[in-house]
Write a protein that binds this ligand. Sequence first.
Ligand code: FE2
Length: 308
Amino acid sequence: MRIAAAMANDEIATDRDGWVDEVEQVEPARFRARYLLPRRPVVVRGALAAWPARHRFTPEFFLEHHADRTVRVRGRPYRLGDIVGQQLRSDAEHPAPYPCTLADCSDLLPDLGPRLACGQPNRHTSPLMPKGVFDLVNHLEIFFGGPGSGFPYLHYDMLHMHTWIAQVYGAKEFTFYEPGQEDLLYVHPQMPWMSRMDDVNDRERWPSLQQARRHSVVLEAGDAAFVPCGVWHITRCINMNITVAFDQLEASNWREFTRDVVAEERRKGHRARAGWLGAYLAALGPLFGVTERFGANRGADWGVPRVH
Ligand SMILES: [Fe+2]
């Protein structure tokens, strides 16, 4: 349910409880003050109107032109055509496998854009970034989902990346949890970005979750959403849908990103590398801050999708 409210010169609607705004457009300065720095999700309705993918990316397009591409479903490789076929035949009672991701999509990049102004600057494509720090993440992925399927666990995105969601086909529901409720979310002891819940609808096994303040919003085709770093979320596919997700790393999440990179190196037993990486990234952050005032890190590069 949306509650319309006129604020300043923009039409803003919020979810019922008023934490997730839905806007028709948002300028970068306002985005920074109202969403990026306070770390509030926001949905920008119709943000993808000029993206070729908005009309080109359909299940039929991928079946016709990319059926033999390899996608990953929970770490295992599958043929894209087989998975999309399953998803098209599935329903809410019998959902198809999810999440299904295509990471090797460099040939599809011309269909993704123009870049959203609020999604810049973005540091992860800078040549000054050390190799290997992004081994655990893909900067850009295309998700395919059938009706009723959903992300299998509550989480926030790894390495404290901000994430942009571009809903190019179909509809998907996002549920966001307000910050500071980790005591209700059954956080995984070894992987602090994940919950150990395997079914968020199982009230008997996970009763505390019901007390957590959460906000659901449905993205329709053509909408974009900003998911701030550290915000716990889960998704549910309303129907057959295709979603492009891409990261943003900039000044406001740099400190947590650095902390996570160092922790990951320590977890792998690389103490020396953790030390120098921490020092290097701590020095690189202020340097980026200065150069970004003069336009750095605003290139058209999405980052090379990593195939794994
Ligand atoms: Fe996520």
